[in-house]
Design a protein around this ligand. Structure first.
Ligand code: CAA
Length: 257
């Protein structure tokens, strides 16, 4: 499929999706969301084990397209916010792990996209933040909800009220980012991480993601019950990956999923 603002490359079991609108620092507009929706609903995501999302040029994504938003009516703005949420939910709900390789600026909607991913790796030179308050705006793609769930309300308010980009090291210290890389090695390091993850049981990875994401929406008692139910289900006879994983350990060999 041909995209205007995306590039996709498959390396063995890993998919690499690159936002490709470098002249506008990969800012998100309706066209980019259209491309992302097409990609996320396409066959491309069915035959990879891990998806990496990164940006072309010096930015990961510098946010929602401020120029396009200038003309918005309240209804346009509401619809744009809902569209962004729908697209980011498609990312969050993919059955495979998704890793953001943050190569540069991840601001506003760009950071919100990274927050919809499961893991974030960042260049030591990247700057991350939610600068919407400088524009008289608030994050509109679920950032006000995803960030506090990831780093707690205090850290989330700090970032949203400060409205300044913080360094990758600060983002790492706050728990926004899980791994730092030398600027030239971000994609390479993320691919290495993705390859390690791609070697694990796909079914177990899918369940880990489902338990964490769904569990965050439940109280801890119900979430714990959901976990026990899934844990029990893994011991049914048709659960080949569990059988293979345990046999491989006992036979001192690598599992073949
Ligand atoms: N929207 C549209 N265009 C953008 C953009 C954005 N978010 N960010 C950068 N650009 C454009 C610039 O306008 C510029 O275009 P021109 O060459 O046509 O002037 C081009 O990208 C390069 O940017 P700069 O010249 O500004 O590059 P820089 O290196 O000097 O600065 C930057 C980089 C600090 C990231 C700066 O571009 C910046 O502050 N960008 C805006 C960041 C921001 O406020 N993001 C939040 C957007 S609101 C949002 O995201 C709301 C939401 O949640 C829904």
């Amino acid at each position: 499929m041909k995209y205007n603002y995306l590039k996709f490359e498959k390396r063995d079991r890993i998919g690499i999706l690159t936002l490709d609108r470098p002249k506008a620092l990969n800012a998100l507009n309706e066209e980019v969301f259209k491309d992302l929706t097409c990609f996320l609903e396409s066959e491309n995501v069915n035959d990879i084990r891990v998806l990496i999302i990164t940006g072309e040029g010096k930015a990961f994504i510098a946010g929602a397209d401020i120029k396009a938003m200038q003309e918005y009516s309240p209804q346009n703005a509401y619809d744009f916010s809902e569209t962004g949420k729908r697209v980011f939910d498609l990312i969050a709900n993919l059955k495979i792990p998704v890793i953001a390789a943050i190569n540069g600026f991840a601001l506003g909607g760009g950071l919100e996209l990274a927050l919809a991913c499961d893991i974030r790796v960042a260049s030591e030179k990247a700057r991350l933040g939610l600068p919407e308050v400088n524009l008289g705006l608030i994050p509109g793609f679920n950032g006000t909800q995803r960030l506090p769930r990831l780093v707690g309300a205090g850290n989330a308010m700090y970032l949203m009220m400060l409205g300044e980009g913080i360094t990758a090291q600060e983002a790492y210290n706050l728990g926004v980012v899980q791994k730092l890389s030398e600027p030239d090695l971000v994609l390479e390091d993320t691919i290495k991480l993705a390859e390690k993850i791609a070697g694990k049981s796909p079914n177990a990875l899918r369940l880990v993601k489902e338990m964490v994401r769904e569990g965050l929406e439940l109280n801890s008692k119900d979430a714990g019950k959901m976990e026990s139910k899934e844990f029990g289900r893994l011991f049914k006879e048709d659960q080949k990956e569990r059988e293979e994983g345990v046999s491989a350990f006992l036979e001192k060999r690598q599992p073949n999923w």
